[in-house]
Structure formats: structure tokens, C-alpha cells
Design a protein around this ligand. Structure first.
Ligand SMILES: [Ca+2]
Length: 279
């Protein structure tokens, strides 16, 4: 019987020819569940969600409730904190609630650690991790992802996980470069991570990315499941986004309302001698 790591690697290689985007590199078989080692790393972003410090657009709050480039997405409106807030905290757990109103209009929530003026948290190299329990249901699209601060040449995006509710037995990891002027320089490395059906819904899981100059490594519950070479345009500071969205490529006819994404924490550890930018 194949180990999880072997099965994941086979899936990764098998899907490469099917992708529309060019693949940056052949994904590499992770060592057999190599455990995460944060020796020498420093916890530099510690969000336990005892409370939530968020405003619609900042500045002055830890999070804002939209993408800083005003590029909200999906079939649910990302709502502001306030009377109809999609965010609440209880016992140190953030709840992001997607629900539809009496007019069948959906709203949900997104958090970004950076605002439009460039204020907020970002870090170049380190380990970015979420502890979360996801809602099940066709139509849902939950995600934890990172965006490079310098978007002048290209958008450098790492989707640590995207989970599509119509495929409950996997989550997707992408390392994208979306080049602004030269499409030939745009590329994607991607893996469909097979997981036991229900794992993401029945318990809190740790999903993280260790990012260095040479490799981007993905961890599930602190075991490495995949790695891919770090594209040159990803050698820069990056900020954090997390959201519960509704996917325009799935049916939302039967999407449960409300659906709640539970997040225990978002934490970031800087590698030795690496300092974050927080302003
Ligand atoms: Ca917590």
C-alpha cells in the first residue's frame, strides 16, 4: 500500500499534463512525512482570535475585510464588520459565516493582513500556518493564501490551501506567478492533495507553508506533503489572506446557509535572522 506521500506525489505528476497553465517544475516527492522543524525560528505573528481587530479597509487594524487590491471574488459579498458582520469570536475561535439573506443574496467574509496603503504584516521567509475546521457543502470555497507585496512585475501567490466543497476528499495547493506583461513568464505549480473524506470537517487541522529561497514546502498537521522550487518572483515579502467564499464554478443551489469556517489561529514564524515588516 502506498504511503500518503507517495500517493500525493503520483497525483501531482499525473495532473501536470492536464493543466492549462504551464508547470514551473515537476513537483518533488516529499520525504516520508518529514516533520516540521522550527528550531531557531521566531513566532512573529500570533493571532489566536481571542478578539478580532478588523476594519473594512484599515489602516490601524490588524486585518482588513477585503483584498487590498479591491479584488473581492466569488458569489458571496465579502461583508464589512458591523451589524451584519460575517465575523465573530468565541472561546478563542474565529467564526467566518457565509449566509444568504431574505433576497437570496449571499454574504461571507475575508481577512487580509495588508491594506491598500501597504500597512500591515508581511514576511519574506518563514512558516505560515492556520489551524482551522472547514464547513462542508457544495458551493463552498475556503482558502488560506499569501500574496507578494511587490506586485509591480507579477503577482506572486501561494494558495496554501483552497478547498472546494464539491470535492470533499482533497484540497488544492497552488504556487502561481501571474506576470503582468509577459504571459510566457506566468506559471503554476499545483497539487491536488488527497485526504480522507471528512478530515477537514470533523476536526481542526494544521495546514502550513514553509517558504525559503530554494523551496516552498507544504505541511498537513506538521508533516510535509509536497514541495516545489521557489520561483524567483516569490523571493519577496508576502502577506496573509483567509476567507470563506462561494465558488462560481460550483452549484450553490444546495449550499448550507449558514456555513461557518472555524479558525483557531493564524501564526507565522520567521526563519533565523529574518524580520517581518509590520507598519
Ligand atoms: Ca485560538
Amino acid at each position: 500500500m502506498l504511503s500518503i506521500a507517495h500517493r500525493l506525489a503520483i497525483v501531482a505528476i499525473a495532473i501536470c499534463p492536464l493543466l492549462a497553465s504551464p508547470i514551473a517544475a515537476i513537483p518533488v516527492l516529499a520525504e516520508e512525512g518529514a516533520p516540521l522543524d522550527l528550531t531557531g525560528y521566531t513566532l512573529v505573528f500570533d493571532e489566536e482570535f481571542e478578539t478580532l481587530d478588523v476594519s473594512p479597509w484599515g489602516p490601524g487594524t490588524r486585518w482588513i475585510a477585503h483584498t487590498p487590491w479591491n479584488g473581492d471574488f466569488g458569489l458571496a459579498r465579502f461583508a464589512d464588520p458591523g451589524p451584519d458582520s460575517p465575523f465573530s469570536t468565541k472561546d478563542g475561535i474565529l467564526h467566518i459565516t457565509a449566509k444568504k439573506d431574505e433576497h437570496n443574496r449571499w454574504r461571507s467574509g475575508l481577512l487580509s493582513s495588508h491594506d491598500r496603503a501597504g500597512y500591515g504584516f508581511s514576511l519574506k521567509y518563514g512558516y505560515f500556518e492556520i489551524r482551522a475546521k472547514l464547513p462542508p457543502g457544495e458551493g463552498l470555497w475556503s482558502a488560506f493564501w499569501l500574496i507578494g507585496v511587490d506586485g509591480s512585475e507579477a503577482t506572486a501567490e501561494i494558495d496554501i490551501f483552497e478547498h472546494y466543497g464539491d470535492v470533499p476528499h482533497r484540497f488544492t495547493t497552488n504556487v502561481h506567478v501571474f506576470h503582468k506583461t509577459d504571459r510566457a513568464q506566468s506559471h503554476t505549480a499545483r497539487i491536488f492533495n488527497s485526504i480522507p473524506k471528512g478530515l477537514l470537517y470533523s476536526q481542526f487541522n494544521l495546514i502550513g507553508a514553509l517558504i525559503e529561497e530554494d523551496w516552498i514546502r507544504i505541511y498537513l498537521n506538521r508533516k510535509e506533503i509536497w514541495r516545489t522550487p521557489t520561483p524567483p518572483l516569490h523571493r519577496q515579502e508576502r502577506f496573509i489572506l483567509l476567507n470563506l467564499a462561494l465558488d462560481p464554478h460550483q452549484s450553490i443551489e444546495h449550499t448550507p446557509s449558514p456555513s461557518v469556517m472555524h479558525v483557531d489561529y493564524v501564526k507565522v514564524w520567521a526563519r533565523p535572522h529574518e524580520a517581518p515588516t509590520t507598519r
